[in-house]
Design a binder for this molecule. Sequence first.
Ligand code: F6P
Length: 322
Amino acid sequence: MKRIAVLTSGGDAPGMNAAIRAVVRCGIAAGFEVYGVNHGYNGLIAGLFRQMGPRDVSGIIQAGGTVLGSSRSEEFETEPGRERAVKNLTGRKIDALVVIGGNGSQTGAYLLNEMGFPTVGIASTIDNDLYGTDQSIGVDTALNIALEAIDRLKVTASSHQRAHIVETMGRDHGYLALMSGIAGGAEHIIIPEVETTPDKIGAVIKKTYDSGKSHCLIVAAEGADWNAERILAHFRGKPELGFSLRATILGHVQRGGAPTAFDRLLATRLGMAAVDQLTEGKSGILLGLACGEIKTIPLAEVKNHKKTLDLKILAAAEKLAI
Ligand code: F6P
C-alpha cells in the first residue's frame, strides 16, 4: 500500500480536523502518500483530490468544522455515482480510503469496501447515534455547548419565573437532549425514544411551579414528536400552567465549536488507529471507542444495527428534578 486518501462526510463535527491531522501525519510517518478529498463524497465523485503534507494540517487541531469540507451527497447514493468515485480513486492509484463521518457516511464506506475498494471508517457525529462506538467525535463538544446554553437560559428563566424549552440536535436520537438535560439539571427531558403527551408536559410545568421553583427548564430533542415549536404552540396563552413559556432552538450552534480536549484526543487516537489498520492491510472496519479503548468493528455490522439509548438515567432525571 502506497497511497491513501481521507475525507470528511455528513454533518461536520468538532474534532474532525484533529482526525484529519492524525491521518495525514501518521500516514506520512508510516510511509504513505496522503491525499485529502474536498467536500466529502461529492468531491470523491468530482475528483477533488489534493496531496497533503505535514504543514497542510498545521494549526487545525483546535479548530471546529473540517478543513476538507463536507457534504451530504445524493449522487453517491446512486450506483453510477459510487462507480465514478471508485474510478477516481483507482485512476489516481490510491490504495485505500479513510471516511470520517456518521451513519450515512459509514454506510457509504461499507458500500465502497463491498465494491472492492479498501475503506476504513472513523466514528464522527455529534448525535452519538452510530452503532459500534460508545462515543463519536464531536459528541463531547456538542454536549458542552448545549450545556452552556442551558446554564445561561436557566438564569434568565429564573429571573422571569418562566418555563424555558431548549431544543437540542440529534436527528432521531435522544442522546444529546438526555445527557445535556441531566448535566444541566433540567426539570423535564423529552426524547424521541419515549412517547409523551401535552398533558404530561403541562403537568410537569404546573407541578414545578407549585413546588416553589423559580423556573422550569425543559430539554427537548429535535426528533421528539413534541419539539420546542410544537410545545410552545400548544401552550401559548395558557396561564393555568403558572409559568409563561419561551423556547430556544440551539440548532447548528452545537456543531460549530472548538473541540474539547476529549474530542481532540479521541479524534487523534482514532486517526492514528486508522493508519495502523491500513498498515496491517485491514479494511472494511469502523474505528470506535469501547470502555475507553480504541476498537474495530466490521462496517457490515455497523450498517445492520441501530444504536439504542440507555434510558435508566432518564428515570433518575425525574427524581433529581423534585
Ligand atoms: O447528524 C448531525 C446533525 O447535526 C443532526 O443532529 C441534525 O439533525 C442534522 O445533522 C442537520 O443536518 P444539516 O446540517 O444538513 O441541516
